[in-house]
Design a protein around this ligand. Structure first.
Ligand code: AMP
Ligand code: GLY
Length: 423
């Protein structure tokens, strides 16, 4: 089978390594991939947002199956374009990817179908938003409507911060068109959980839960990032809470999308907050999480390609989705200065002994074949073990063996999970 994966980060590297476990895969392309992915797939210099070129490539190379991993191409209709030329895909069509593409859409969906989320108001007029803030409870949360690389969310601790955020989104257009509409919502508190789930629009099968570490610094300090590390499973996500989420959030979301004529097929990501009043949806994503995928897929026992094809063929109900017992920890190694400014181009040394546990996110091969850093998040080191402390220790053992100048990583990935009460 000829496969193609659209995307080029650590998430895509993890998906590619997992897909390759299926012996039916004869050719595997990554568009665009990256220097590290090049060890596992043929990288093709076509950007993930170049929908026409992606479709042309798939046709020319008679691709049998495509996995569209990042949010941008999904929201732009990459799956629709590939299906139109007869290529089977994993990933939602554009009309369903809107669940991530527009926060106004997702909030209205949750309100309409009674799915628990933070109370909110939406605005497309700046003066109305500023006026509303005068009487809104503080802290408050301001969100740009559209995709903003995970940066379009401001937790405002004062009225002034809230007003500044509204002005920067709606007047200064900090996130371009993404901020023309905004959501202002209630500030919630509690442990956060990421749950990725396979759904074919008929049934939904969750993967093992996970915990992201979004802040740049140890002790959850500093700026928000794309994610500095993950552990799975998430110890706050007990069986009782999982059952409640299934009944009150996951299945109602699948049904709501069907009722709207926007059947979602692919990986639906639930960003949840476990508040004292019960679980609430913080965000939906229309794709696998990054770096959640780097801890979830290594724990998956079932064959990924088989499960993905079952989603496409709408036979997920008859397909086993199994995860092993045990724990995984991923520590992201970034460039010093991320997420603001950082230097690139430093040579990477990844010993062969740990190759299969390193997922490369931002690196490229130079003319003489040296792998060099090429992004903020450079790679993730994942270890799997029977206990969480062992998984954390083993992940940091891998970190100690990987070298590049200017490397930065958090030292406390998993520490919060270790403090969780016994479930
Ligand atoms: P999002 O991009 O929607 O996942 O938001 C980024 C982060 O902001 C989340 O992971 C939360 O930590 C935080 N956040 C978002 N919405 C809220 C909220 N209503 N209350 C408290 N924190 C929030
Ligand atoms: N790790 C958060 C995300 O993938 O959106």
């Amino acid at each position: 089978m000829k496969l193609m994966v659209v995307g080029g980060g650590g998430r895509e590297h993890t998906i590619i390594k997992k897909l390759k476990e299926n012996p039916a895969v004869t050719e595997l392309y990554a568009l665009p991939g990256n220097g590290g992915i090049a060890a596992d797939a043929t990288c093709v210099p076509i950007g993930a947002k170049e929908i026409d070129r992606i479709a042309a490539f798939a046709k020319e190379h008679a691709i049998d199956y495509a996995v569209v991993a990042p949010d941008d191409p999904l929201v732009l209709g990459c799956v629709d374009a590939l299906e139109a030329i007869g290529v089977k895909c994993f990933g939602p069509r554009a009309n369903a990817a809107i669940i991530e593409g527009s926060k106004v859409f997702s909030k209205n969906l949750m309100k309409k179908y009674g799915i628990p989320t933070a109370a909110y108001e939406t605005f497309d007029d700046m003066d109305a938003a500023l006026k509303y803030l005068e009487s809104a409870p503080i802290p408050t949360v301001i969100k740009a409507d559209g995709l903003a690389l995970g940066k379009g969310v401001v937790i405002a601790q004062t009225l002034q911060e809230a007003k500044d955020a509204v002005i920067s989104m709606m007047q200064d257009k900090k996130f371009g068109a993404s901020g023309e509409r905004i959501v202002i919502e209630e500030f919630l508190e509690g442990p956060e959980v990421s749950v990725l789930a396979f759904t074919d629009g008929k049934c939904l099968k969750p993967m093992v839960s996970s915990m992201d570490h979004k802040r740049a610094g140890d002790g959850d300090t500093g700026l928000n990032t794309g994610g500095m590390g993950t552990v799975a499973p998430n110890p706050y996500y007990t069986e009782r809470i999982a059952d409640e989420c299934m009944q009150r959030i996951f299945l109602p979301t699948v049904a709501a999308m069907n009722a709207e004529g926007r059947t979602f097929k692919g990986c639906l990501y639930f960003g949840l907050m476990l508040t004292k009043d019960g679980p609430r949806v913080i965000e939906y994503n229309c794709r696998f999480g990054d770096p959640e995928t780097q801890v979830v897929l290594p724990l998956m026992e079932s064959d990924l390609l088989t499960v993905m094809r079952a989603v496409t063929d709408e036979t997920l109900a008859d397909t086993e989705v199994k995860f092993r017992d045990g724990h995984a920890c991923c520590v992201v190694m970034a460039s010093e200065g991320y997420p603001v400014a950082y230097e690139k181009g430093f040579a990477l040394d990844i010993p062969a002994a740990v190759h299969d546990k390193v997922y490369v996110a931002g690196a490229k091969l130079d003319a003489d074949g040296t792998l060099r850093t090429d992004g903020g998040r450079v790679l993730g080191c994942t270890a799997v073990a029977d206990t969480l402390p062992d998984a954390i220790k083993a992940a940091y053992d891998i970190v100690a063996q990987v070298h590049f100048d200017n490397a930065y990583y958090r030292h406390d990935i998993g520490a919060r999970a270790l403090r969780a009460p016994e479930g």
